[in-house]
Design a protein around this ligand. Structure first.
Ligand SMILES: Nc1ncnc2c1ncn2[C@@H]1O[C@H](COP(=O)(O)OP(=O)(O)OP(=O)(O)O)[C@@H](O)[C@H]1O
Length: 250
């Protein structure tokens, strides 16, 4: 079964038709990259899967969006529960003005976890999963703002992992980072896919090639092509995909 899926999905911002009849599915424990020129709808589509678009005025959605086979736009869906299941990491690291420890513990506390030992264990595990533990284990009480940009982004990943989602949506998670931090995030994505379904929006085609199993190419709100990353980059079927992946526009 697909972990994430949409059927005939259309999304409008007011009168603007931003996503046009998107039907596709993303498999469990695979990494899918969304590529395409600026404004083609990648982030909009990504945000459909944890209903982040609900926070934007004037959005209208038609069609179905399924997470583990469940239509997440049904009336009885609890959005907070959905977001526990489908975590998200944004383009710019956005740690809270709290200590490193409290940033990662935050979601657990909000969910009502009181067991101190459990929280400590989960914080350590999440920081290890995010490949940050060794760098911060001696300064967990320090402010998250004392970390570098790359460390802050891994902290945000640890924060997302702490509440044990099964899906991780990443919107250009490395675009604000230097090459070494970017490499760390890419390595991390590779390791995380064993346990998570990951979707990453990226402008960097080399990055899509390195980290993803499947790639979806979007253009002007349409899904133009979707397939195994290797095939999409080496033998694209659509001329627009070919022009984009060979750098002729975008
Ligand atoms: N809150 C909003 N209100 C109105 N229009 C929006 C809103 N957010 C996005 N759009 C429009 O929807 C289209 C898709 O935007 P989106 O951010 O999803 O594209 P993108 O492919 O992720 O772009 P980028 O690569 O630049 O981040 C764009 O034309 C954008 O201007």
């Amino acid at each position: 079964m697909n972990s994430l899926e949409s059927k005939d999905l259309n999304l409008y911002y007011g009168n603007f038709h931003a996503l046009k009849n998107i039907t596709m599915g993303m498999k469990k424990n695979e990494v899918t990259a969304f590529i395409g020129p600026s404004g083609c709808g990648k982030s909009t589509y990504l945000r459909c899967f944890n209903r982040m678009n609900d926070l934007i005025d004037n959005v209208r959605i038609e069609g179905e969006v399924l997470v583990d086979g469940v239509d997440i736009y049904q009336k009885n869906i609890l959005v907070d529960d959905l977001r526990k299941h489908v975590g998200m990491v944004f383009q710019k690291p956005n740690p809270f003005p709290k200590s490193i420890f409290e940033n990662v513990a935050y979601g657990l506390r909000v969910n009502g976890t009181k067991d101190k030992k459990l929280i400590e264990e989960r914080v350590e595990t999440s920081l290890r999963q995010a490949a940050l533990w060794d760098e911060v284990k001696d300064k967990l009480k320090k402010s998250a703002f004392e970390l570098s940009g790359g460390q802050q982004q891994r902290l945000c990943i640890a924060r997302a992992l702490a509440i044990e989602p099964s899906v991780l949506l990443m919107d250009e998670p490395a675009s604000a980072l230097d090459p070494i931090s970017t490499a760390k995030i890419e390595e991390l994505i590779y390791q995380l896919k064993e346990n998570y379904t990951i979707v990453i929006v990226t402008h960097n085609m080399q990055q899509a090639g390195r980290v993803s199993d499947y790639t979806a190419f979007f253009y002007l709100g349409e899904l133009v092509e979707f397939g195994k990353t290797k095939n999409l980059f080496t033998s694209p079927k659509d001329e627009r995909t070919q022009n984009y992946v060979t750098g002729r526009f975008g």
